[in-house]
Design a binder for this molecule. Structure first.
Ligand SMILES: Cc1cc2nc3c(=O)[nH]c(=O)nc-3n(C[C@H](O)[C@H](O)[C@H](O)COP(=O)(O)OP(=O)(O)OC[C@H]3O[C@@H](n4cnc5c(N)ncnc54)[C@H](O)[C@@H]3O)c2cc1C
Length: 470
């Protein structure tokens, strides 16, 4: 028996790769997945009607890099190719990504030409950042915040207006706390080994590229040829975990919903007992945990307090999502949306223009994101959904000049939904995995707490963890 703990994208992908690598059939094993709630997909939740789709969690997936192409391979394999809705480079959502600074929306540079021009709110063309980097001394460090690194190498404006909002958009976090290795591991390594990013970049041109390679599906090849920027899934992103869940069920994986695991008992190096909330004990020879690290900490605390302590050191933030549907079309300029840099001290993190990025919407659909790293200090512990809606509407009114009420709205407070890869994260995860190996614990860690917070990272992490166990 092998067990998967959690039925979010991480757990479902683990099941998919265990089946794909014939780990189950070759070893005559049975596989079961336990999920605390009554549905699979974790944070991926879509509300679908004939007029609009409200995505309460993620909405777009990046097709680039090995991890992005790997997801497209999986999507084709699940028979979902026809559901993919790409955003190509000519699409307004690819060209127009904005930030809100000094009470004004500014479009960020999106092509080579604009790098040589001065674009507000930057006071100089972005190309100056290259010369800035060449003049800065090297600073030897194990890790650093992404904000400090970018400020040191490329200047304060890039850190404030490009990187800080980007970090808000990706993980609702504070760039002053997030590790540089989260997005810029290679650039940081270039600084550490060669004294600067540009110096490292020049040397890398003459070195042969190594790293993971992948056999590409037709869909992945199409994404490369057409240079997709991002893509969404027609009918809502939830279609994706639903297809994965069906795939597992069709391949005799026992999916146990409404079963919350409350304790893990490691008996020996190939026996583990999962105790659920109705007192049942489920036995497995190996468990793949895809639940958030803070949830796993509670389950292992009794037997392994040291492991629990390290797992608890990975912080999480709460995000509020306000989905709005207006019957009127074209209330907004076509664009992906805008982000608000933290120095603006706004109550919102940003707004996604869903009716521009996601197909089949009969009106204007917007999603306002609030809180993240600043949730508690801005809204406290007792903020209501009505208050969040009113804050979101006030900002939509001020920034986008939309002064009509939405026909439909949906507010969700997603408590502790996004892990924060703060300085030292990667070393902490290494230490956690070393503890597991040293103590011969039959457990593998997957999911967004460890190897990347995005959809592609979670899927790729599941693939790697399964392959490592073969
Ligand atoms: C608001 C938001 C927007 C996002 N936007 C994007 C985006 O646009 N693009 C992108 O690539 N990524 C995005 N992400 C990230 C992406 O959603 C996550 O990477 C991914 O969904 C995480 O999947 P997971 O399986 O690791 O975790 P989860 O989705 O948290 O799944 C864990 C599962 O485990 C279950 N569980 C927990 N404890 C137990 C227990 N004790 N027993 C049994 N089951 C348990 C939970 O019920 C849940 O179903 C976004 C995330 C959020 C929150």
């Amino acid at each position: 028996m092998a067990a998967i703990l959690g039925g979010g994208l991480g757990g479902l992908s683990t099941g998919y790769y265990l089946l794909k690598n014939n780990v189950i059939s070759n070893n005559n094993l049975k596989l079961f997945l336990v999920e605390a709630t009554n549905s699979c997909g974790g944070w991926i939740k879509s509300i679908r009607t004939k007029d609009y789709i409200f995505e309460q969690g993620p909405r777009t997936i990046r097709p680039k890099g090995v991890t992005g192409l790997n997801t497209l391979n999986m999507i084709q394999d699940l028979g979902l190719s026809e559901h993919v809705s790409p955003i190509t480079p000519e699409h307004p959502a690819a060209k127009n990504r904005m930030i809100y600074v000094n009470q004004c929306l500014h479009t960020l540079p999106s092509n080579i030409k604009s790098v040589f021009q001065t674009t507000q709110p930057f006071s100089k063309p972005l190309i100056y950042a290259v010369f800035y980097d060449l003049r800065q001394p090297q600073k030897h460090m194990q890790d650093d915040s992404i904000y400090n690194f970018v400020e040191r190498r490329f200047g304060k404006e890039i850190a404030d207006y490009a990187i800080s909002p980007m970090i808000c958009g990706i993980c609702a976090g504070d760039a002053k706390e997030i590790s540089v290795k989260f997005l810029m591991k290679t650039l940081f390594e270039w600084e550490q080994s060669h004294g600067g990013v540009m110096k490292g970049f020049m040397k890398s041109i003459f070195r042969s590229k190594s790293g993971d390679t992948l056999e590409l599906s037709d869909l992945a090849r199409k994404a490369q040829e057409e240079k997709w920027n991002v893509y969404s899934i027609k009918g809502g992103l939830e279609t994706f975990p639903t297809a994965l869940c069906d795939h597992l069920k069709n391949n005799e994986v026992d999916i146990q919903m409404n079963s919350k695991i409350e304790e893990i008992d490691f008996v020996d190096s190939s026996t583990v007992l999962l105790k659920n909330d109705i007192g049942e004990k489920l036995q497995a020879h190996h468990v793949y945990s895809s639940i958030p690290s803070h949830s796993l900490a509670k389950l292992v605390e009794k037997q392994h307090p040291e492991l629990a302590k390290s797992l608890n050191e990975i912080p999480f933030v709460t995000v509020a999502i306000v989905n709005l549907f207006f019957e009127a079309q074209q209330l907004i300029t076509p664009a992906f949306g805008f982000l608000v840099p933290p120095i603006e001290n706004s109550p919102i993190l940003g707004v996604v223009f869903d009716s521009c990025c996601i197909p089949d919407q009969n009106g204007t659909v917007l999603t306002v994101m609030l809180g993240g790293r600043w949730f508690k200090e801005r809204f406290g512990d007792d903020v209501t959904e009505e208050q969040l809606l009113s804050i979101a509407m006030k900002e939509v009114n001020t920034i986008l000049k939309i002064n009509i009420q939405p026909s439909v709205n949906n507010v969700s407070i997603l408590r502790n939904c996004i892990p924060q890869y703060v300085i030292g994260h990667y070393e902490r995860v290494d230490a956690i995995r070393q503890y597991i190996v040293k103590n011969n614990l039959p457990i593998s860690l997957v999911g967004s707490s460890y190897d990347g917070v995005g959809i592609n990272d979670v899927i790729y992490s599941a693939k790697k963890q399964v392959e490592d166990c073969i």
